[in-house]
Design a protein around this ligand. Sequence first.
Ligand SMILES: C[S@@+](CC[C@H](N)C(=O)[O-])C[C@H]1O[C@@H](n2cnc3c(N)ncnc32)[C@H](O)[C@@H]1O
Length: 381
Amino acid sequence: MTETTPLNDIISARIAEKGRITFAEFMATCLYEPGLGYYTSPGRKVGAEGDFYTSITVHGAFGRVIAREIAQMWRCMETPAGFTLVECGAGNGRLACDIMDFLAEREPTMYQGLQLVLVEQEPSLEAAQREMLAAHTNKLSWLSPDEFASGRFTFSGCLYSNELIDALPVHRVVMTSDGLKEIYVTCKDGGFAEEADEPSTPEIEAYLKRVGAELHPAQQAEVNLNAPEWLTAAVKALQQGFILTIDYGYTAPELYTPRRKLGTLLCYYRHQTEENPYLRLGLQDITTHVDFTTLMTCGEGLGLHNDWFGEQYRFMLSTGIIEEIEEIERSARPDEEKLRLRLTLKKLIMPEGGMGDTFKVLIQSKKVTTPRLLCQRRIGG
Ligand SMILES: C[S@@+](CC[C@H](N)C(=O)[O-])C[C@H]1O[C@@H](n2cnc3c(N)ncnc32)[C@H](O)[C@@H]1O
């Protein structure tokens, strides 16, 4: 499969100019080159007609359960008047819509003082978000990632994201008999090739050292320097409140285990996985699993408190998925539809084979004296 796209020439030209580029630069171009990148070109990416599903596309109950937790966050903050929600990587606005609909219906007092700020790398998605969130127009505003990270934007409330960090460009490394090397992308015989050499920045080794990762000979891994950078900007912007991060990933010992010899890089194209990132540039998604240890340790260093970390299924069970299922059961829907919905919701909470296990939820807080969250309750207790 050698389908070439305009990005082949663009990346080749950059390599010709610089001699080689880091994998992070390659991935950033494939995903975010204006007008041509996977996330910055027209076309549906998520859902049945796209390349992959996220929990949001499975069912609105995912957003409703998150909204229950956000309402609880509002309750345990002492400044309930001006609560701002910020979503980073908001895509078409589906999750924001499910959350806002729930809050408007069930939490009218909170909803009254609520503002929603959408942050998205791809500016053209604003139109889709505007349409999706038409019922909440007077609550909305938009920021580019640069504006979000500028230091001029501040807020109190909750910043949430779903599958943002896994879409940030990563450096790739390999352990050799000569020490840690970075994987660069070069051109060879009319195609792309990889070469290992000294890391482009000392931050890569510092990152691995900080999380205690000791790679075995020939082991490859990814280093997501963008993740702590994004978190640093987020913490600067957040005056008081919570950061809720949902994504697939592991703690560092699980992520950097020698069993994962080739790292976690994976591409998606029309619901098929593909290991080769040098195909269909800009047409296939490129992702990596998130290192939650880095988010937690960096968060602590920035003054955050790690309130809760665990599997999505545990989060959903303790925050309200059962109540959502009970509401469906009590509704006047036909039995057949109820059964279909129950099976759909199972996908979100199935520990094995579903989205409930690999997906994790991390909640961090800043300047909240008693964060009593729904997910901190014991399941069934
Ligand atoms: C995997 S998609 C997830 C979309 C949506 N949250 C969902 O779950 O369906 C990642 C999204 O994050 C956006 N993105 C990437 N980097 C970003 C950044 N630094 N700030 C805001 N959005 C970003 C991408 O453009 C893309 O829409």
